[in-house]
Design a protein around this ligand. Structure first.
Ligand code: PLP
Length: 261
């Protein structure tokens, strides 16, 4: 029997449906894969901003993982919001049981509207435990600065590579420059970049869409460089067709069949 590629996702739930675990599931399904999901936190938010969140009990996350791992085979792991240092540690323990699997980590330290989702203790746990287990991390520049303690993009990337992550993609969505530049830094010293013209408007879930699309392409055996190009194109298309579900940020439409070719 044929089996779709399969991704284990650790991420938070955004009840608007624009970001978080729903963005991950929609993207992975749309790209032809299956997503198995462990929810790290519930959030209270709307399309303007995130107000509050409640982390999941880490012991329950572990229990969910053990049952999945005893039964299913995954091609990649995608991590989003971790919500608490104990969850970062638990996820790291889970990953230790799956050596060799590509791990794509989008370190969600703030919601699209600016609400913080990352304490200093969480940053420490990510630094000490998780980074060295990741094939790729996808911080935007403010997240890369917080994670590395550096200022310049190149210095942030170098420091994060030295923490053991094999590929660092610093995304350029956070500022208001006309061109968005995503820079991929690899542990062999190679740097690639993709540029796109910034679309008007603000979007809820664009980072989740990008990182999940990246995970989907890596899960299918593509190189990180090729997956960056494909994930960038996928994300832009989903934003070009974004719709207005609330009064704040626009929601990506993660349905390729609705995009004209
Ligand atoms: N994960 C969750 C649960 C969220 O609520 C959010 C933003 O609100 C994000 C991730 C990140 O969203 P974005 O892709 O807009 O950066």
């Amino acid at each position: 029997m044929q089996k779709r590629f399969s991704i284990l996702v650790f991420a938070g739930h955004d009840p608007t449906g624009g970001a978080g675990i729903q963005a991950d599931i929609e993207t992975i399904n749309d790209l032809g894969g299956h997503a198995s999901c462990i929810i790290t936190a519930l959030t209270a938010q709307n399309s303007h901003n995130l107000q509050a969140f409640t982390p999941t009990d880490p012991a329950f996350i572990r229990r969910q993982f053990d049952l999945l791992a005893s039964d299913m085979h995954f091609d990649a792991v995608k991590i989003g919001m971790l919500a608490a240092p104990q969850i970062a540690e638990t996820v790291s323990d889970c990953l230790a049981g799956m050596p060799g699997l590509p791990v794509i980590f989008d370190p969600v330290l703030a919601a699209g509207g600016g609400g913080s989702t990352g304490s200093d203790e969480l940053i420490d746990a990510i630094h000490e435990r998780l980074l060295k287990q990741c094939r790729v991390i996808t911080p935007n520049l403010p997240e890369a600065r917080r994670l590395s303690g550096m200022q310049q993009t190149d210095d942030c990337a170098q420091s994060l590579l030295e923490s053991g992550c094999r590929n660092v993609i610093i995304t350029g969505t956070h500022d208001s420059s006309e061109q968005i530049v995503h820079r991929l830094y690899q542990d062999d010293g190679v740097v690639h970049s993709v540029n796109t013209k910034r679309l008007p408007g603000e979007y809820h879930g664009s980072g989740c869409t990008f990182a999940s699309a990246l995970a989907a392409h890596i899960a299918q055996g593509n190189t990180v460089e090729r997956s960056l190009q494909l994930a960038n194109t996928y994300t832009i298309n989903s934003l070009r067709h974004a719709d207005r579900q609330g009064h704040g940020q626009l929601f990506p439409v993660r349905q390729q069949h609705r995009w004209p070719t």
